[in-house]
Design a protein around this ligand. Structure first.
Ligand SMILES: Cc1ncc(COP(=O)(O)O)c(C=O)c1O
Length: 446
């Protein structure tokens, strides 16, 4: 009998080794300690419309007590029905709710099930940078090989004074095609993109679609910000392009759609022969998602579907509200010397802080990346939380946005105004030290 020590025997399995702890944990700890104005994390700090929370209460109190028990494993019947009604209209084909849809614990689990359900040892997965940071570890855990391609600032955006828009960040077609080969299994697309807010155009999506078909590649389209689109931009679902339904898994999130990220409910839809692979993963880790939350989301969707074209539909209300917040944030960042990239969609804004570098003492922070130093220094000394965009890049390209921060503008007008005031106070002074000087957020959950 072997007598391995406990340490030797109970190490993290090989497939998880090399993964680093998520950087969010450290920022959450810093937030709890310094209580900065939280423009970091991706959710609203304001109230959610009452009919949304009422739907959850109604579901839990339903006289049909079955609503509080286990439901169908791959999706509560009422929710898959509502989603199939909605997306069948949006993608202009009848989506079979039973076989072409899976409900998951947030879009996060949908991503996990899609990647686990398709990527094998040695498969290559193309990831567009900047990217939602779980894509890379999820691919590696399967033995997959991530191949990164960054969105780069278009050469024609030359004047240093002109406003930069997220549409100015583009893929190089040659570089993209160069990543495709016979080992390529998947490409992960995120539109609108977190953190840039880029909404991929039809021309850009068509190029990706052509390559997916040429090299027989699966497209995973993370569309959790699909309803937050500004100006004349249009959200195009890549699964609607010719020849793409057969090879696309589209992912959505009720948490993002209805501003209730704590409800952690998402979905994936696509052709039955691909969705069945996700179901296998889901069945062996989660099995089924909470019934009352799915019932509530179904109730809310049923209401919105009836008024999709009305300005009162939550999707339209939200986009209009966010656009105002986006514009206000862009204005106060500009006024304070940060150069924002104006997002076409989503609720994040990245901004270049190079002009303020001399106002921060970054030598007090030990991180390699400048944006990690800057954001930590800001939390401790100014009292505003931002996220470091280099966390959304591969090791090779981390320096690309090292002089940027990512702010979330889905905050109450009062809190955005307070953030603007804090920044003004800071940029107006030679150097201020503010520690623990802000009131705590309504509760300590972040
Ligand atoms: C691009 C992207 N995909 C997926 C998710 C996860 O969504 P959910 O909270 O529904 O799991 C997020 C959350 O921030 C995100 O930004």
């Amino acid at each position: 009998m072997s007598c391995q020590s406990i340490d030797a025997k109970f190490q993290l399995p090989q497939r998880y080794q090399g993964q680093i702890q998520s950087f969010w944990d450290e920022y959450i700890q810093l937030t709890l300690k310094y209580k900065p104005m939280n423009l970091g994390l991706g959710f609203t700090d304001g109230p959610v419309p009452q009919y949304i929370t009422d739907a959850l209460a109604a579901a839990a109190k339903s006289p049909n007590s079955i609503v509080n028990q286990y439901t169908r494993g791959s999706g509560h019947p009422r929710l898959i029905q509502a989603l199939s009604t909605l997306y069948s209209q949006l993608v202009d084909r009848k989506i079979d709710p039973i076989n072409e849809m899976l409900i998951t614990i947030g879009a996060y689990e949908a991503l996990y099930a899609t990647i686990q359900g398709h990527v094998d040892e040695g498969d290559e997965v193309i990831i567009i940078e900047p990217f939602f940071e779980c894509y890379e570890p999820m691919v590696k855990i399967c033995g997959g090989v991530p191949r990164f391609i960054p969105l780069r600032l278009n050469n024609t955006t030359t004047s240093s004074n002109s406003e930069i828009n997220s549409s100015d960040y583009v893929l190089d077609d040659g570089e993209l095609e160069g990543l495709f080969n016979e080992k390529t299994k998947m490409i992960i697309l995120n539109t609108p993109n977190n953190p840039l807010g880029k909404v991929f155009s039809r021309i850009e999506l068509t190029k990706i679609a052509e390559l997916c078909q040429k090299y027989n590649v699966l497209c995973v389209s993370d569309e959790v910000y699909e309803w937050m689109i500004f100006d004349d931009n249009k959200h195009i679902r890549i699964c609607t392009l010719p020849g793409m339904w057969e090879r696309t898994i589209t992912i959505g999130s009720a948490g993002k759609t209805f501003s209730v990220t704590g409800w952690k409910t998402g979905w994936a839809y696509g052709p039955a022969n691909l969705i069945i692979n996700l179901k296998m993963v889901h069945q062996n880790c989660v099995y089924n998602c909470p019934t009352p939350i799915q019932e509530a989301i179904a109730i809310i969707f049923e209401g919105e579907i009836k008024r999709l074209d009305s300005p009162a539909c939550y999707f339209n209300v939200l986009a209009a509200e966010l656009k105002k917040k986006r514009d206000f944030m862009a204005e106060f960042l500009n006024e304070n010397g940060m150069k924002p990239i104006i997002p076409q969609g989503g609720f994040f804004m990245t901004a270049n802080w190079s002009a303020l570098e001399n106002k921060a003492d970054l030598s007090t922070e030990l991180d390699t990346q400048q944006d990690f130093r800057f954001t930590k220094w800001m939390i401790k000394n100014v009292g505003v939380l931002a996220m470091p965009p280099s966390a959304f890049f591969s090791d090779t390209n981390k320096s690309m946005m090292e002089h940027f921060v990512r702010y979330c503008f889905f905050k109450t007008d009062e809190n955005l105004q307070t953030a603007a005031n804090i920044l003004k106070e800071w940029t107006g002074k030679v150097m201020t030290i503010r520690q623990n000087c802000l009131p705590a957020p309504p509760n300590d959950s972040i």
